[in-house]
Ligand binder design. Structure first.
Ligand code: WTA
Length: 662
């Protein structure tokens, strides 16, 4: 880690916000930021209580701000009542924004449609009534397996409206992954589409739901609602399956929101951890909504005139906080995009920014890196060929952004004029935690800079003690914050052990990332995960999940998965595999690699397919039988092996494992 730390600390380019931006920003200037931080230090609960009163509409005001009695199962605003959908829709219509465009939807093929706040409220209410007519009640779990669509946002908002807890499963996950999530959540209903359109292709979605239910374990499911996206062929289970258009037909366009306690679970979102089983991260209603609103204002400086576009899919946390809830709760106009950045060509993002006059643009480093490459090969698709003058603010999320990609984003996309918010946060944190503020923070390429006011981020060693600036360590948060994960669904014990480990004293939230602070500025730079979690194109994948998928294949005896740096995806998946039969070579090896890749695609989803598979007669293990992962990581990177390998049963396997099947 120390060589990386040196290169990180070597970055000296500094980009202060322009006076013009600063003058109009929600938080303007370093003094204002410091004053907010000091306020939070001095009266932590008072700080958050004031924000919660100013930013959220409560049906019943709260009197208790933070309840620590069950720590680390913290409660925020627990005697307050509210409804998230009311805060995103009715509130804006009542404030006179009914005719304002809420969503500009652009389909994969380029068709554009617009929905106003008034229309969105009516459609959400109508769908909420449809859910109620099917017996969905407050507290029931509803799985949403939909492509990026207005309907996806409507489905989530409708659940929130009636107090049902949604659990969105990314459309790229397979039937197996979907089944596991339905089963763990005990969902009563799945909302899906016949097909999804991406990159000019129609891909079936509904069959994965049929397969998931067919696999068993989904006995809690009563109905499947199917949105007709393409009209492609679908199988139909009479009595269980219902068309979206049929269930809404005749339903009233008004639906009284269900007022829920602030702690009522708004949603579960499954994410990868260091065991094979994904974790159902449970979020609250009040604290979560508050943070989504406050960060839209602080980080994105959202203004009534903005056209805001976050490219994340609703299947990930970014699509929850910064597509479905935050922008709508702020009455913004936002772009929702069904397709991919490279279809019909690599100019898609830039053309869309130009056409819709996008002013705030939030995307992932992996997309930027792939577009840099493509712009190199197709100069006519370089962002400079488009009119991007509407942009005033840029953001990135999901993985570290390398300084070269940052500079390109800054210059080629932002015209050297737009501040960049490199936002560090996680599924578990609910919203931004460490990020530059556009009217405050001089930015440094590759650094997420400073924590938001009220977020007590720090770096500690393995015993929970602070480390000096300039030294690497574990990223933690020292105080609970309103939008934090409440528990892991069905597994409170795992929640406590994963996030508030006893080794660190049991009181610090352990993020699972390594980080370092600049010795002079105190700016944070994220060094990547410290656990067995990979970050592939901004998607979190557990190595154990991929290993379990591999060993479930009839040919596989044992498997170990590690990451290796990749110039576009950030990290690539490398799998070491021992078969139950002799180690294959030549064409046979190629054939088995194909089989195993397809298998993982089928077990988890295409995003988890190993980029490289290496076969050995054995895996390198310590005397106690633990797989030497560090060695496997070094092998994957092609590094020289400097560790002691004398304890290996069969050192010759290192030569075998050095070779990927080409
Ligand atoms: C990584 C996505 C560096 C980090 C919102 C974290 C980042 C994981 C950044 C969470 C960033 C996210 N710089 N690394 N700006 N943002 N990460 O749960 O490793 O999908 O722990 O949430 O992504 O991924 P998740």
């Amino acid at each position: 880690m120390s060589t990386t730390i040196e290169s990180v600390l070597h970055e000296t380019r500094l980009f202060p916000p322009s006076e013009e931006f600063k003058a109009q920003a929600a938080i303007s200037g370093m003094e204002a930021y410091k004053a907010l931080c000091a306020k939070a230090e001095a009266d932590y609960e008072g700080f958050w209580a004031e924000l919660a009163r100013e930013n959220v509409v409560w049906q019943q005001p709260f009197t208790v701000t933070l309840d620590e009695s069950g720590a680390p199962f913290y409660k925020w605003f627990s005697d307050g009542k509210l409804n998230a959908s009311y805060n995103c829709l009715d509130k804006n219509v009542e404030a006179g924004l009914g005719d304002k465009t809420a969503i500009i939807f652009e389909a994969d093929g380029g068709e554009v449609s617009k929905v106003t706040y008034k229309e969105l409220l009516a459609r959400v209410s109508q769908f909420a009534n449809a859910l109620k007519s099917l017996g969905v009640q407050k507290g029931d779990r509803v799985v949403i397996y939909l492509p990026m669509s207005v309907e996806g946002v409507i489905a989530m908002q409708a659940c929130a409206r009636i107090g049902a807890t949604h659990s969105v499963v990314f459309g790229g996950f397979s039937a197996h992954a979907l089944r596991d999530r339905i089963e763990d959540a005990g969902a009563v209903l799945v909302i899906t589409a016949d097909e999804q359109c991406r990159g000019g292709r129609n891909m079936p979605l509904k069959p994965a739901v049929d397969e998931a239910i067919g696999l068993g374990g989904c006995g809690s499911i009563r109905n499947v609602i199917v949105f007709k996206r393409t009209g492609g062929p679908v199988e139909w289970a009479e009595g269980r399956d219902l068309w979206w258009h049929d269930v809404v037909a005749g339903q009233p366009l008004e639906c009284e929101p269900e007022w829920v306690d602030a702690e009522h679970p708004l949603f579960l979102l499954y994410t990868s951890g260091s065991t094979g089983k994904p974790k159902g991260v449970q979020h609250s209603t009040g604290g979560y909504l508050l943070h989504s609103i406050v960060t839209m204002k602080w980080t994105f400086d959202i203004k009534p005139t903005d056209v805001y576009w976050c490219t994340a899919d609703i299947g990930w946390i970014t699509g929850h906080t910064y597509v479905t809830y935050g922008p709508l709760a702020c009455g913004a106009t936002e772009v929702v995009f069904e397709g991919v950045p490279t279809y019909p060509d690599a100019g898609r993002f830039w053309r869309m920014i130009q056409d819709h006059k996008v002013s705030v643009f939030y995307t992932a480093p992996t997309a930027i890196r792939s577009l840099i490459k493509l712009a190199g090969a197709h100069p006519e698709l370089h962002p400079g060929k488009f009119d991007l003058s509407s942009l005033r603010l840029l953001g990135t999320v999901g993985e570290p952004i390398n300084p070269e990609a940052w500079m390109w984003f800054h210059e080629a996309v932002g015209g050297s004029r737009c501040p960049i918010a490199d936002t560090w946060w996680q599924t578990e944190t609910g919203g931004h935690m460490i990020t530059p503020l556009p009217g405050v923070t001089p930015t440094v390429p590759g650094s997420c800079t400073l924590p938001l006011p009220g977020i007590m981020a720090a770096i500690v060693d393995e015993t929970g003690h602070d480390v000096e600036w300039g030294k690497g360590g574990l990223l933690v948060v020292k105080k609970p914050w309103p939008s934090m994960i409440r528990t892991i669904w069905n597994d409170p014990d795992r929640f406590r052990k994963s996030y508030f480990p006893e080794d660190l004293g049991g009181k610090l939230y352990l993020a699972g990332d390594g980080s370092v602070r600049d010795p002079e500025t105190g700016y944070f730079t994220i060094m990547g995960r410290i656990d067995d979690v990979l970050n592939v194109s901004g998607h979190r994948l557990g190595t154990m999940e991929i290993e379990s998928a591999l060993v479930a294949h009839p040919l596989v005896a044992e498997a170990a998965v590690v990451g290796k740096p990749h110039d576009v995806k950030g990290e690539a998946v490398v799998a070491y595999v021992v078969l139950k039969r002799a180690r294959p070579t030549g064409d046979e090896a190629k054939e088995i690699v194909k089989q195993l890749r397809d298998w993982v695609g089928h077990e988890i989803g295409p995003i988890a397919k190993p980029d490289e598979i290496r076969f050995g007669d054995n895996l390198p293990k310590t005397r106690s039988g633990k797989i030497m992962r560090r060695l496997l990581r070094a092998l994957a990177k092609g590094e020289e092996i400097t560790q002691d390998v004398s304890t290996l049963e069969n050192p010759a396997i290192l030569d075998q494992l050095n070779e990927a099947v080409k």
